[in-house]
Design a protein around this ligand. Structure first.
Ligand SMILES: *Cc1c(COP(=O)(O)O)cnc(C)c1O
Length: 337
């Protein structure tokens, strides 16, 4: 089986297993795990924020960020198809008591005019907008990357409008590699940023939330409240460190494989937008069948994929699917009945 369902299926590398076995650990609730502390420092340094905090998942890190930037009854603005909007179980409503205002992006990329249309005045008789969340790279809209000029405009607008800006950077590393910039050149526009270790970087678990020191202190309390205060989590952080130190540059291979997959389907019944990173969204309408049917057929040919929606299939390239897997996927699509 070639598993293109997600880059989360990546198994920890031998170097990660070794680092995990040897990791120096302590009780992180007391702030005494040296490996966790090192990971937080390294990631905060990479995105040039004052501090970082290790979380079991990206979902918890995103939700704690929302909690720290808002008051109950506030509004948050976010893209209609974003992860926070659709795949975090409306946790923003449960944890933070905020109202989401969906903004329509172009392949997931929101621009200032679309945000401005959804911004309501800050007045006592209306729920107050306080936070914008953006996703870079975007997930369900095809791994698209925010042009730096767009981020700069959004930042200027959020500042002028008195809003905080949180960056869901689960795949920030992919965006940086695709744009050939350092991660901080993207993260500089956001007040806080969440990055994942468990996706393209292949670590078994974990995300890091970064931002100003006082924000991270507040986040530490909410992480604990939600049950995310772990103990000898340096075992996990050790794998994450190997990820951020050695696995970022190789994401370029995943991007190349995604382009090869799209190129292999050129001229077939399957239309794809040009992949910008490691996510390929494939339109299956011309088969006259839905994405679930196509996914079942692909599975019979040894290819695992997920639906992006009823008419589109999503394939993600990663460390555990190389050129051979890509060729097999192209063949499976072309031979699809
Ligand atoms: C995967 C993902 C998350 C959540 O990360 P988990 O660790 O799975 O909770 C958040 N945002 C985006 C864009 C993602 O792709």
């Amino acid at each position: 089986m070639h598993d293109f369902r997600s880059d989360t299926v990546t198994k920890p590398t031998p170097a990660m297993r070794e680092a995990m076995a040897k990791a120096e650990v302590g009780d992180d609730v007391f702030g005494e795990d040296p490996t966790v502390n090192k990971l937080q420092d390294v990631v905060a340094w990479k995105v040039k924020k004052e501090a970082g905090l290790f979380f079991p998942t990206g979902t918890m890190a995103n939700q704690v960020a929302i909690k720290c930037w808002t008051e109950p009854g506030d509004e948050i603005l976010l893209e209609r198809r974003s992860h926070i909007m659709n795949y975090e179980l409306a946790a923003f409503a449960v944890v933070s008591g905020v109202l989401p205002r969906a903004v329509e992006g172009e392949r997931g990329i929101i621009r200032v005019p679309a945000l401005a249309r959804e911004l309501r005045p800050k007045t006592y008789y209306l729920s107050a907008p306080s936070l914008v969340c953006i996703e870079d790279t975007t997930n369900m809209t095809g791994g698209t990357v925010y042009p730096l000029a767009v981020l700069k405009e959004i930042r200027a607008w959020t500042t002028e409008s008195g809003l905080f800006l949180h960056l869901d950077g689960a795949r920030l590393w992919n965006a940086a590699v695709a744009q050939k910039v350092e991660p901080f050149e993207i993260a500089q526009y956001a007040d806080s940023v969440m990055v994942s270790l468990s996706k393209g970087l292949a670590a078994p678990a974990g995300s890091v939330l970064c931002g100003p020191a006082d924000f991270i202190e507040k986040a530490r309390k909410w992480r604990k409240l939600l049950g995310g205060g772990m103990r000898q989590s340096g075992i996990l952080a050790a794998a994450g460190l190997v990820g951020v130190m050695t696995m970022i540059d190789r994401l370029a291979e995943d991007h190349e494989n995604a382009r090869a997959l799209a190129a292999g389907l050129a001229g077939s019944r399957f239309k794809t937008d040009p992949p910008e990173t490691n996510i390929v969204i494939i339109d299956v309408r011309e088969t006259g069948k839905g994405s679930d049917f196509v996914i079942a057929q692909l599975k019979k040919a040894g290819i695992l994929a997920t639906p992006a929606d009823a008419a589109r299939v999503r394939l993600i390239t990663h460390n555990d699917v190389g050129k051979e897997a890509v060729n097999a996927a192209v063949q499976a699509f072309r031979e699809l009945k």
